[in-house]
Design a protein around this ligand. Structure first.
Ligand SMILES: [Zn+2]
Length: 375
Protein backbone atom coordinates (compact mmCIF):
# COMPACT_ATOMS: atom_id res chain seq x y z
CA UNK A 1 0.00 0.00 0.00
CA UNK A 2 1.28 3.44 -0.92
CA UNK A 3 -0.31 6.56 0.53
CA UNK A 4 0.47 10.19 0.00
CA UNK A 5 0.43 13.38 2.07
CA UNK A 6 2.16 16.75 2.18
CA UNK A 7 4.94 17.94 4.47
CA UNK A 8 7.08 21.03 4.87
CA UNK A 9 10.77 20.95 5.86
CA UNK A 10 11.29 22.33 9.39
CA UNK A 11 14.40 24.28 8.38
CA UNK A 12 13.81 25.70 4.89
CA UNK A 13 10.03 25.23 4.43
CA UNK A 14 10.39 23.31 1.15
CA UNK A 15 7.20 21.39 0.49
CA UNK A 16 7.01 17.74 -0.53
CA UNK A 17 4.30 15.31 -1.47
CA UNK A 18 5.43 12.12 0.24
CA UNK A 19 4.40 8.84 -1.36
CA UNK A 20 5.08 6.34 1.41
CA UNK A 21 5.09 2.62 0.64
CA UNK A 22 4.00 0.78 3.77
CA UNK A 23 6.36 -2.00 4.88
CA UNK A 24 5.63 -5.17 6.85
CA UNK A 25 7.85 -4.71 9.89
CA UNK A 26 7.38 -2.41 12.86
CA UNK A 27 8.91 -0.09 13.84
CA UNK A 28 9.55 1.13 10.28
CA UNK A 29 11.13 4.39 9.20
CA UNK A 30 12.30 5.80 5.89
CA UNK A 31 14.54 8.86 5.57
CA UNK A 32 15.62 11.32 2.89
CA UNK A 33 17.63 14.51 2.89
CA UNK A 34 15.91 17.76 1.97
CA UNK A 35 16.84 18.85 -1.60
CA UNK A 36 17.40 22.46 -0.58
CA UNK A 37 18.89 22.37 2.92
CA UNK A 38 19.98 18.69 3.29
CA UNK A 39 18.13 18.25 6.58
CA UNK A 40 17.34 14.64 7.36
CA UNK A 41 13.60 14.03 7.24
CA UNK A 42 12.33 10.77 8.68
CA UNK A 43 8.88 9.28 8.27
CA UNK A 44 7.39 6.04 9.52
CA UNK A 45 5.37 4.10 12.07
CA UNK A 46 6.30 2.80 15.49
CA UNK A 47 3.65 0.10 15.52
CA UNK A 48 1.03 -1.61 13.37
CA UNK A 49 -1.82 0.81 12.66
CA UNK A 50 0.02 3.42 14.74
CA UNK A 51 -0.09 7.03 13.65
CA UNK A 52 2.43 8.39 11.18
CA UNK A 53 5.54 9.89 12.74
CA UNK A 54 7.34 12.74 11.00
CA UNK A 55 10.74 14.04 12.16
CA UNK A 56 12.48 17.05 10.63
CA UNK A 57 9.31 18.28 8.90
CA UNK A 58 5.66 18.93 9.64
CA UNK A 59 2.43 17.75 8.10
CA UNK A 60 0.65 20.39 5.97
CA UNK A 61 -2.43 20.68 3.79
CA UNK A 62 -2.07 21.93 0.22
CA UNK A 63 -4.94 23.24 -1.90
CA UNK A 64 -5.80 21.51 -5.17
CA UNK A 65 -4.25 24.18 -7.37
CA UNK A 66 -0.79 23.43 -5.94
CA UNK A 67 -1.11 19.65 -5.95
CA UNK A 68 1.04 18.96 -9.02
CA UNK A 69 3.58 21.72 -8.32
CA UNK A 70 4.90 20.20 -5.13
CA UNK A 71 7.99 17.94 -5.38
CA UNK A 72 7.14 14.27 -5.06
CA UNK A 73 9.34 12.18 -2.76
CA UNK A 74 8.94 8.40 -2.91
CA UNK A 75 9.86 6.53 0.26
CA UNK A 76 9.86 2.88 1.22
CA UNK A 77 11.38 1.46 4.42
CA UNK A 78 11.90 -2.07 3.08
CA UNK A 79 12.58 -1.79 -0.65
CA UNK A 80 15.32 0.20 -2.39
CA UNK A 81 14.20 3.01 -4.72
CA UNK A 82 15.63 3.65 -8.19
CA UNK A 83 17.49 6.95 -8.00
CA UNK A 84 16.00 8.31 -11.20
CA UNK A 85 12.48 7.52 -9.98
CA UNK A 86 12.66 8.98 -6.51
CA UNK A 87 10.49 11.94 -7.58
CA UNK A 88 8.28 10.06 -10.05
CA UNK A 89 4.58 10.40 -9.08
CA UNK A 90 3.71 7.07 -10.76
CA UNK A 91 6.53 4.93 -9.33
CA UNK A 92 5.90 1.94 -7.08
CA UNK A 93 8.84 0.15 -5.43
CA UNK A 94 6.72 -2.98 -5.04
CA UNK A 95 6.43 -3.22 -8.84
CA UNK A 96 10.20 -3.93 -8.94
CA UNK A 97 9.76 -6.66 -6.36
CA UNK A 98 7.01 -8.33 -8.41
CA UNK A 99 9.08 -8.02 -11.59
CA UNK A 100 12.05 -9.67 -9.87
CA UNK A 101 9.86 -12.41 -8.45
CA UNK A 102 8.38 -13.05 -11.89
CA UNK A 103 11.78 -13.08 -13.61
CA UNK A 104 13.13 -15.53 -11.04
CA UNK A 105 10.07 -17.82 -11.25
CA UNK A 106 9.38 -17.27 -7.60
CA UNK A 107 6.02 -18.63 -6.46
CA UNK A 108 3.76 -16.05 -4.86
CA UNK A 109 3.36 -18.29 -1.79
CA UNK A 110 7.11 -18.62 -1.39
CA UNK A 111 7.50 -14.87 -1.49
CA UNK A 112 4.71 -14.31 1.01
CA UNK A 113 6.10 -16.97 3.33
CA UNK A 114 9.48 -15.25 3.36
CA UNK A 115 7.86 -11.86 3.91
CA UNK A 116 5.80 -13.20 6.82
CA UNK A 117 8.82 -14.87 8.39
CA UNK A 118 10.76 -11.65 8.04
CA UNK A 119 7.82 -9.83 9.67
CA UNK A 120 8.57 -11.66 12.95
CA UNK A 121 12.22 -10.59 13.09
CA UNK A 122 11.68 -7.67 15.51
CA UNK A 123 9.15 -9.40 17.78
CA UNK A 124 11.42 -12.46 18.14
CA UNK A 125 14.29 -10.17 19.11
CA UNK A 126 12.09 -8.42 21.69
CA UNK A 127 11.66 -11.81 23.39
CA UNK A 128 15.37 -12.57 23.68
CA UNK A 129 16.90 -9.13 24.19
CA UNK A 130 16.52 -9.15 27.98
CA UNK A 131 17.52 -12.81 28.51
CA UNK A 132 20.60 -12.34 26.32
CA UNK A 133 21.51 -9.16 28.18
CA UNK A 134 21.16 -10.90 31.53
CA UNK A 135 23.22 -13.85 30.33
CA UNK A 136 25.98 -11.49 29.19
CA UNK A 137 26.04 -9.35 32.31
CA UNK A 138 24.92 -11.67 35.12
CA UNK A 139 25.36 -15.20 33.85
CA UNK A 140 23.40 -18.40 33.57
CA UNK A 141 22.02 -18.61 37.12
CA UNK A 142 20.51 -15.13 36.85
CA UNK A 143 19.07 -16.07 33.47
CA UNK A 144 17.15 -18.83 35.19
CA UNK A 145 16.14 -16.76 38.24
CA UNK A 146 15.13 -13.56 36.49
CA UNK A 147 13.76 -14.87 33.18
CA UNK A 148 12.86 -18.45 34.12
CA UNK A 149 14.87 -19.63 31.13
CA UNK A 150 17.41 -22.40 30.89
CA UNK A 151 20.47 -21.74 28.74
CA UNK A 152 19.30 -24.32 26.21
CA UNK A 153 15.90 -22.66 25.94
CA UNK A 154 17.53 -19.33 25.19
CA UNK A 155 19.78 -21.07 22.67
CA UNK A 156 16.72 -22.44 20.88
CA UNK A 157 15.00 -19.04 20.89
CA UNK A 158 18.18 -17.48 19.52
CA UNK A 159 18.30 -19.96 16.66
CA UNK A 160 14.63 -19.38 15.84
CA UNK A 161 15.36 -15.68 15.63
CA UNK A 162 18.54 -16.28 13.60
CA UNK A 163 16.50 -18.30 11.12
CA UNK A 164 14.28 -15.30 10.30
CA UNK A 165 17.45 -13.49 9.19
CA UNK A 166 19.47 -16.25 7.54
CA UNK A 167 16.68 -18.01 5.64
CA UNK A 168 17.31 -17.48 1.94
CA UNK A 169 20.77 -16.87 0.53
CA UNK A 170 22.57 -17.39 3.87
CA UNK A 171 20.99 -20.80 4.52
CA UNK A 172 23.67 -22.81 2.72
CA UNK A 173 26.48 -20.93 4.43
CA UNK A 174 24.95 -21.65 7.82
CA UNK A 175 24.54 -25.33 7.00
CA UNK A 176 28.13 -25.54 5.76
CA UNK A 177 29.59 -24.17 8.96
CA UNK A 178 27.32 -26.43 11.03
CA UNK A 179 28.49 -29.45 9.01
CA UNK A 180 32.08 -28.43 9.59
CA UNK A 181 31.42 -27.93 13.29
CA UNK A 182 29.73 -31.32 13.68
CA UNK A 183 32.50 -33.15 11.81
CA UNK A 184 35.27 -31.97 14.15
CA UNK A 185 36.46 -33.16 17.54
CA UNK A 186 36.27 -29.90 19.46
CA UNK A 187 36.29 -30.88 23.16
CA UNK A 188 39.32 -28.71 24.03
CA UNK A 189 38.19 -25.87 21.78
CA UNK A 190 34.77 -25.81 23.48
CA UNK A 191 36.44 -25.65 26.86
CA UNK A 192 38.50 -22.72 25.67
CA UNK A 193 35.42 -20.83 24.45
CA UNK A 194 33.51 -21.63 27.66
CA UNK A 195 36.32 -20.07 29.65
CA UNK A 196 36.18 -16.89 27.61
CA UNK A 197 34.19 -14.64 29.94
CA UNK A 198 33.63 -12.03 27.21
CA UNK A 199 31.95 -14.27 24.67
CA UNK A 200 28.36 -13.58 25.76
CA UNK A 201 29.11 -9.84 25.95
CA UNK A 202 30.28 -9.92 22.36
CA UNK A 203 27.15 -11.75 21.21
CA UNK A 204 24.89 -9.30 23.03
CA UNK A 205 26.86 -6.30 21.74
CA UNK A 206 26.71 -7.57 18.17
CA UNK A 207 22.95 -8.03 18.30
CA UNK A 208 22.19 -4.87 20.24
CA UNK A 209 24.37 -2.67 18.00
CA UNK A 210 22.53 -3.82 14.91
CA UNK A 211 19.04 -4.08 16.41
CA UNK A 212 19.12 -0.52 17.77
CA UNK A 213 19.24 0.64 14.14
CA UNK A 214 17.78 -2.40 12.41
CA UNK A 215 14.97 -0.41 10.78
CA UNK A 216 17.65 1.50 8.83
CA UNK A 217 18.98 -1.70 7.28
CA UNK A 218 15.72 -3.18 6.03
CA UNK A 219 15.68 -1.78 2.52
CA UNK A 220 17.90 -4.42 0.92
CA UNK A 221 16.99 -7.46 3.06
CA UNK A 222 14.37 -9.02 0.80
CA UNK A 223 16.60 -8.50 -2.25
CA UNK A 224 19.46 -10.15 -0.36
CA UNK A 225 17.35 -13.08 0.82
CA UNK A 226 16.28 -13.88 -2.74
CA UNK A 227 19.72 -13.16 -4.21
CA UNK A 228 18.43 -10.32 -6.42
CA UNK A 229 20.93 -7.79 -7.57
CA UNK A 230 20.95 -4.47 -5.75
CA UNK A 231 22.20 -2.15 -8.49
CA UNK A 232 24.19 1.04 -8.00
CA UNK A 233 21.36 3.21 -9.23
CA UNK A 234 19.19 2.15 -6.30
CA UNK A 235 19.11 4.05 -3.07
CA UNK A 236 18.04 3.22 0.44
CA UNK A 237 15.84 5.59 2.44
CA UNK A 238 18.14 5.75 5.44
CA UNK A 239 19.64 8.29 7.80
CA UNK A 240 23.39 8.13 7.12
CA UNK A 241 24.36 9.85 10.38
CA UNK A 242 22.63 7.14 12.36
CA UNK A 243 24.21 4.21 10.58
CA UNK A 244 27.64 5.37 9.43
CA UNK A 245 29.56 3.71 12.28
CA UNK A 246 27.51 0.51 12.55
CA UNK A 247 29.54 -1.44 9.98
CA UNK A 248 32.75 -0.62 11.85
CA UNK A 249 31.24 -1.55 15.21
CA UNK A 250 30.11 -4.91 13.86
CA UNK A 251 33.50 -5.40 12.18
CA UNK A 252 35.27 -5.12 15.53
CA UNK A 253 33.01 -7.72 17.16
CA UNK A 254 33.02 -10.11 14.20
CA UNK A 255 36.84 -9.82 14.15
CA UNK A 256 36.83 -11.08 17.74
CA UNK A 257 34.34 -13.86 16.97
CA UNK A 258 36.64 -15.04 14.16
CA UNK A 259 38.55 -16.90 16.87
CA UNK A 260 35.87 -19.61 16.46
CA UNK A 261 36.43 -20.48 12.77
CA UNK A 262 40.16 -20.07 13.41
CA UNK A 263 40.28 -22.76 16.09
CA UNK A 264 37.93 -24.92 14.03
CA UNK A 265 40.32 -24.65 11.10
CA UNK A 266 43.31 -25.55 13.27
CA UNK A 267 41.55 -28.75 14.32
CA UNK A 268 40.48 -29.45 10.73
CA UNK A 269 44.15 -29.26 9.66
CA UNK A 270 45.00 -31.96 12.20
CA UNK A 271 46.54 -29.67 14.81
CA UNK A 272 45.50 -28.77 18.32
CA UNK A 273 42.90 -26.00 18.39
CA UNK A 274 45.56 -23.49 19.51
CA UNK A 275 48.31 -24.53 17.09
CA UNK A 276 48.87 -22.69 13.83
CA UNK A 277 50.57 -23.56 10.56
CA UNK A 278 53.45 -21.31 11.56
CA UNK A 279 54.80 -23.05 14.64
CA UNK A 280 55.87 -19.87 16.47
CA UNK A 281 52.40 -18.37 16.07
CA UNK A 282 49.97 -18.96 18.96
CA UNK A 283 46.40 -18.27 19.94
CA UNK A 284 47.45 -15.46 22.27
CA UNK A 285 49.34 -13.83 19.39
CA UNK A 286 46.32 -14.33 17.15
CA UNK A 287 44.03 -12.57 19.62
CA UNK A 288 46.33 -9.57 19.68
CA UNK A 289 46.77 -9.47 15.92
CA UNK A 290 45.49 -6.76 13.61
CA UNK A 291 41.75 -7.20 12.99
CA UNK A 292 42.31 -7.00 9.24
CA UNK A 293 44.24 -10.29 9.37
CA UNK A 294 41.83 -12.27 11.53
CA UNK A 295 40.20 -14.13 8.63
CA UNK A 296 43.43 -15.26 6.96
CA UNK A 297 43.69 -18.52 8.84
CA UNK A 298 40.53 -20.04 7.39
CA UNK A 299 40.34 -18.31 4.00
CA UNK A 300 41.14 -21.54 2.13
CA UNK A 301 38.63 -23.66 4.03
CA UNK A 302 35.64 -23.96 1.66
CA UNK A 303 33.16 -24.39 4.54
CA UNK A 304 34.40 -21.30 6.37
CA UNK A 305 35.77 -18.91 3.76
CA UNK A 306 32.33 -17.28 3.18
CA UNK A 307 32.69 -15.69 6.62
CA UNK A 308 35.23 -13.26 5.17
CA UNK A 309 33.16 -12.27 2.12
CA UNK A 310 31.77 -9.13 3.72
CA UNK A 311 34.65 -8.43 6.14
CA UNK A 312 36.33 -5.37 4.63
CA UNK A 313 39.03 -3.44 6.52
CA UNK A 314 38.78 -0.56 3.99
CA UNK A 315 35.08 -0.13 4.75
CA UNK A 316 35.70 -0.31 8.47
CA UNK A 317 38.53 2.25 8.25
CA UNK A 318 36.64 4.46 5.84
CA UNK A 319 33.56 4.77 8.02
CA UNK A 320 34.87 4.53 11.54
CA UNK A 321 36.95 7.66 12.08
CA UNK A 322 34.65 10.41 10.86
CA UNK A 323 36.16 9.61 7.51
CA UNK A 324 33.04 9.27 5.43
CA UNK A 325 30.72 11.75 3.77
CA UNK A 326 27.43 11.16 2.05
CA UNK A 327 26.86 12.93 -1.25
CA UNK A 328 23.11 13.48 -1.19
CA UNK A 329 22.96 14.18 -4.93
CA UNK A 330 24.42 10.82 -5.93
CA UNK A 331 23.67 8.82 -2.78
CA UNK A 332 27.29 7.73 -2.71
CA UNK A 333 29.53 7.69 0.32
CA UNK A 334 33.09 9.02 0.01
CA UNK A 335 35.45 7.02 2.17
CA UNK A 336 38.92 8.09 3.25
CA UNK A 337 40.53 4.69 3.59
CA UNK A 338 44.28 5.33 3.87
CA UNK A 339 46.39 6.88 6.61
CA UNK A 340 45.32 10.52 6.99
CA UNK A 341 42.24 9.72 4.87
CA UNK A 342 44.34 9.95 1.73
CA UNK A 343 42.89 7.17 -0.38
CA UNK A 344 39.40 7.98 -1.53
CA UNK A 345 36.94 5.27 -2.38
CA UNK A 346 33.25 5.53 -3.17
CA UNK A 347 30.51 3.17 -2.18
CA UNK A 348 26.81 3.47 -2.88
CA UNK A 349 24.48 3.81 0.09
CA UNK A 350 22.75 0.53 -0.79
CA UNK A 351 26.11 -1.25 -1.01
CA UNK A 352 26.90 -0.06 2.52
CA UNK A 353 23.52 -1.24 3.81
CA UNK A 354 23.94 -4.59 2.04
CA UNK A 355 27.47 -5.15 3.36
CA UNK A 356 26.37 -4.32 6.91
CA UNK A 357 23.53 -6.83 6.65
CA UNK A 358 25.90 -9.51 5.36
CA UNK A 359 28.39 -8.85 8.13
CA UNK A 360 25.64 -9.01 10.73
CA UNK A 361 24.49 -12.34 9.24
CA UNK A 362 28.03 -13.68 9.68
CA UNK A 363 28.10 -12.41 13.25
CA UNK A 364 24.77 -14.12 13.98
CA UNK A 365 26.00 -17.43 12.59
CA UNK A 366 29.20 -17.25 14.67
CA UNK A 367 27.16 -16.30 17.73
CA UNK A 368 25.01 -19.39 17.27
CA UNK A 369 28.12 -21.58 17.07
CA UNK A 370 29.58 -19.87 20.15
CA UNK A 371 26.34 -20.49 22.10
CA UNK A 372 26.38 -24.10 20.90
CA UNK A 373 29.90 -24.51 22.28
CA UNK A 374 28.57 -23.41 25.67
CA UNK A 375 25.66 -25.88 25.76
ZN1 LIG B 1 14.94 21.84 3.93
Amino acid sequence: MTYSFFIECDDCSKKYRIRYGLGNNYPQFASFQCDDCSKNIEIGHKEFKGKIIIKGAKHIEVDDSQYWDVTVQNLHPEIPTHNNAKNDPYYFQTANVFQNAFRNNLEKEQFQEEQQRWGTFNSKWDKIEMPLRILSTKGEIALREVCGLKFRELFNLFNEWLWTFTSGELEDDYENICDEYNSLELTDAKLYIRNDNKIFNRIYELCNTYMKRSHQFQSTILYQKFGWEVTEDMTANVNWEEICTIYGDLYEIVGDLFVIPTIMNNVKAGRNFDEFKTVEFSLSKYIQSDKAKRAMNFENNSNLSFLANSYFSWLRNGTHHKNSFLNIETNEVDLGTGKGSTIQKKISLTEYVKSTNELFGVGLILSSIALNMNK
